[in-house]
Design a protein around this ligand. Sequence first.
Ligand SMILES: *[C@@H]1O[C@H](CO)[C@@H](O)[C@H](O)[C@H]1NC(C)=O
Ligand SMILES: *[C@@H]1O[C@H](CO)[C@@H](O)[C@H](O)[C@H]1NC(C)=O
Ligand SMILES: *[C@@H]1O[C@H](CO)[C@@H](O)[C@H](O)[C@H]1NC(C)=O
Ligand SMILES: *[C@@H]1O[C@H](CO)[C@@H](O)[C@H](O)[C@H]1NC(C)=O
Ligand SMILES: *[C@@H]1O[C@H](CO)[C@@H](O)[C@H](O)[C@H]1NC(C)=O
Ligand SMILES: *[C@@H]1O[C@H](CO)[C@@H](O)[C@H](O)[C@H]1NC(C)=O
Ligand SMILES: *[C@@H]1O[C@H](CO)[C@@H](O)[C@H](O)[C@H]1NC(C)=O
Ligand SMILES: *[C@@H]1O[C@H](CO)[C@@H](O)[C@H](O)[C@H]1NC(C)=O
Ligand SMILES: *[C@@H]1O[C@H](CO)[C@@H](O)[C@H](O)[C@H]1NC(C)=O
Length: 300
Amino acid sequence: MKIYHMIHLNPVSRPISSHVGKPMTAAIWILIALALSYSYPAIATGTEADALRRSGWWIDAITSNTSASHCTWPGISCDHSGSVAEINIPLGNCYGCWLRSNLSSMNFSLLPNLASLQVPNNFLVGIIPLQICAVPKLRHLNLSENYLTGELPLCLQNLTLLEVVDIHNNQITSPIPRELGNLKKLIHLDLSFNFLGGPIPPALANLRNLTNLYLQGNAFNGSIPHELGNLKKLIHLDLSFNSLDGPIPPALANLRNLTNLYLQGNAFNGSIPPGIGNLRKLAYLSMEENKFTGCIQCIY
Ligand SMILES: *[C@@H]1O[C@H](CO)[C@@H](O)[C@H](O)[C@H]1NC(C)=O
Ligand SMILES: *[C@@H]1O[C@H](CO)[C@@H](O)[C@H](O)[C@H]1NC(C)=O
Ligand SMILES: *[C@@H]1O[C@H](CO)[C@@H](O)[C@H](O)[C@H]1NC(C)=O
Ligand SMILES: *[C@@H]1O[C@H](CO)[C@@H](O)[C@H](O)[C@H]1NC(C)=O
Ligand SMILES: *[C@@H]1O[C@H](CO)[C@@H](O)[C@H](O)[C@H]1NC(C)=O
Ligand SMILES: *[C@@H]1O[C@H](CO)[C@@H](O)[C@H](O)[C@H]1NC(C)=O
Ligand SMILES: *[C@@H]1O[C@H](CO)[C@@H](O)[C@H](O)[C@H]1NC(C)=O
Ligand SMILES: *[C@@H]1O[C@H](CO)[C@@H](O)[C@H](O)[C@H]1NC(C)=O
Ligand SMILES: *[C@@H]1O[C@H](CO)[C@@H](O)[C@H](O)[C@H]1NC(C)=O
């Protein structure tokens, strides 16, 4: 990191041309040669700095100080090679302001080593740009509580290292692409409180490591795919306040680790599968505002 800073700053503050014409010893030539050979990675990461500077996410007072590496800007962390690994700007806090920017104004294709992008609650507008799929190392994505519109891009399927996707409280209007079933490392998927619709894709059942699935407060319709009963690691399942109907699949009784199950505010009908009564870890169960028939006591 220290070495990186030195190299980054030297060509700017001391142009090599100023040495020309002065008598030079071999030692100085060697030093210059070394500096030039090291400046190559500095130029490469400089383009990362350009992406950050042009995004408009940081105020001029921060971006205009050319003696401070972008790795020291608030919310940025770099890896050992000086490449941006994290952009984590917590709620409403870019030095006392909000980003109030367009998510598309960040050129993600210049940030190939980004592993964590967390910019919740920052008044972000615009769509989720396709360029975000050019960040193959992304593991943690939190865009929650913004004003994002448009669709969940299909190309998200290529971000196969993703473990956390939290986009709750935005204005995304699309179905869930079944290709999201490719994100096999997902542990936490929160798409709640958007304008998502259509069916819950059975392919989500491929996400075998999922422990938290939050889809509440959207416009999903159709019935619950019985395949969700394969998500054996689920702890929190919230499908409340959608337009889902049909029966509760008995297979949900396979989710032995569930502690929270929320199904209220839909149009589920039929009887409650008795197996639900065997979910010994359940601490919260909400099923009101549905069209169930049959008995309640038979699940106890
Ligand atoms: C610019 O950054 C350098 C290095 O971090 C710091 O020492 C200096 O105080 C900063 N200058 C201003 C005007 O903030
Ligand atoms: C983003 O960066 C890529 C790669 O350098 C470049 O091809 C593209 O034109 C840039 N996009 C914008 C909108 O600046
Ligand atoms: C995403 O950010 C929001 C707002 O700060 C926070 O409440 C939420 O827990 C974060 N999500 C994850 C999965 O960490
Ligand atoms: C966000 O930026 C994109 C690309 O520059 C532009 O097409 C779009 O209209 C912007 N959206 C908003 C809401 O400003
Ligand atoms: C995603 O991956 C698929 C198949 O591997 C490929 O065809 C497609 O071009 C990729 N899309 C993007 C946006 O990278
Ligand atoms: C699922 O989690 C386990 C335990 O953390 C891990 O060993 C495994 O690699 C994960 N599966 C995938 C597809 O990432
Ligand atoms: C779900 O809603 C969409 C859009 O309103 C509609 O076209 C589709 O037929 C609905 N599907 C079901 C199973 O109700
Ligand atoms: C259920 O939870 C227990 C205790 O946390 C854990 O040991 C077990 O692996 C979990 N089962 C599954 C299928 O994840
Ligand atoms: C439940 O609702 C579905 C779809 O609305 C309907 O086709 C089915 O007959 C209903 N079943 C019962 C048991 O009421």
